[in-house]
Design a protein around this ligand. Structure first.
Ligand code: SF4
Length: 345
């Protein structure tokens, strides 16, 4: 094959590692991929904080990672973040009262996350034959796509071993605003389910776990529906609220909290997953030195489906998408920071 024709079919080397969230952005909104993952832009206000309704899942994961013995530490992190939001109100920068609402919402959702974690620890522990080998492991590896080594990375919630069979499973927790069965639908072929398999296999290899060549056997997914009840004046304290949430879960049964196991039955990189990864890698290697080039090569989500979230939040980059490219440097200077590797952990 001539050099020219080979270059036409090769995937250029990406300049950022692909992660679950960036792959999804490349699928749904290339412009979001440009702003968030190539440029590393993050809104300056409340940077790195688990705020509002969308923060519930992050707090829940943080609590599940810390375990019952780490609750006091996570409580302190929450209090610190809440103080920062309240500080902006005290400084008079919340003319429309939005931060006041945000602070209340953050507090409500942290209490819900605390209650959900307590219910899982107390009433849905893992089977005694399962050992958690690792928690919140950041794993990096490369995948060969069209003859190029494409870097991928991510944090795997849990790597679990069944002592009886010696098989390894990926473990993850999800929160859902709906019946958990709906959240499970399509999960086994999702980017997350497949990417964690790749990362867990790499972790097994790095840690010389027998059978690493075959990778994990499957996925153990625990899904909890977000409680519909809020902490209120009828709760004596947080423990009383947790008891009330526990009863709510008992009443709702398996539609509100459930553990599923999914067997990996397809190859490590099925064709549709490979295609999605190749597309994301292509975006990751596109030139974006100037905003003008970026705007031309990275289209917005013309369906608008990604522009607001199910937590009633507007995309962080909406002000940029609604304005002329020439005004971006000024707007970015006013409201965004460039995230460093340290910021992203
Ligand atoms: S506002 Fe919409 S089009 Fe713009 S980056 Fe966000 S999701 Fe994409």
């Amino acid at each position: 094959m001539s050099t020219e024709s080979r270059n036409k079919t090769r995937t250029p080397q990406p300049h950022v590692a692909l992660r679950q969230s960036s792959i999804k952005a490349a699928m749904h909104c290339p412009r979001l991929f440009l702003f968030r993952y190539l440029k590393g832009l993050v809104p300056r206000q409340f940077k790195g904080m688990n705020i509002g309704a969308s923060g519930l899942g992050s707090w829940f994961h943080r609590l599940m990672e810390a375990g019952p013995s780490g609750v006091a530490e996570v409580d302190a992190e929450f209090v610190g973040q809440l103080r920062q939001i309240r500080q902006t109100i005290a400084e008079g920068s919340d003319l429309l009262g939005q931060h006041d609402y945000l602070a209340d919402e953050t507090e409500t959702n942290y209490r819900k996350a605390r209650a959900m974690a307590a219910v899982l620890w107390n009433e849905h522990p893992l089977s005694g034959r399962l050992d958690v080998l690792a928690r919140e492991e950041h794993v990096s590896t490369t995948l060969e796509l069209n003859g190029e080594q494409v870097p991928v990375e991510g944090t795997v919630d849990q790597i679990i071993m069944d002592r009886q069979s010696g098989c390894v499973y990926v473990g993850d927790f999800k929160t859902s605003s709906r019946d958990v069965e709906f959240t499970l639908t399509g999960y086994h072929y999702s980017v997350q389910c497949r990417l964690y398999r790749v990362l867990a296999r790499q972790w097994m290899q790095d840690n010389e776990i027998p059978g690493w060549q075959d990778g994990p056997r499957g996925f153990i997914l625990t899904i909890a529906q977000t409680p519909a009840i809020k902490y209120c004046s009828k709760d004596r304290d947080l423990d009383a609220y947790i008891e009330r949430v526990s009863r709510w879960y008992q009443d709702k049964g398996t539609s509100a909290v459930r553990r599923f196991d999914i067997d990996y039955a397809e190859p490590l990189l099925p064709e549709d997953f490979r295609l999605v990864l190749t597309t994301a890698a292509a975006y990751a290697s596109m030139p974006c030195n100037t905003f003008k080039v970026g705007a031309a090569l990275f289209p917005r989500d013309l369906t608008g489906a990604t522009c607001s979230t199910r937590w009633n939040r507007v995309c962080d980059y909406y002000p940029l998408c609604c304005s002329a490219v020439a005004s971006w440097p000024h707007r970015i200077n006013e409201a965004y920071d460039y995230q460093t590797e340290e910021d992203s952990g």
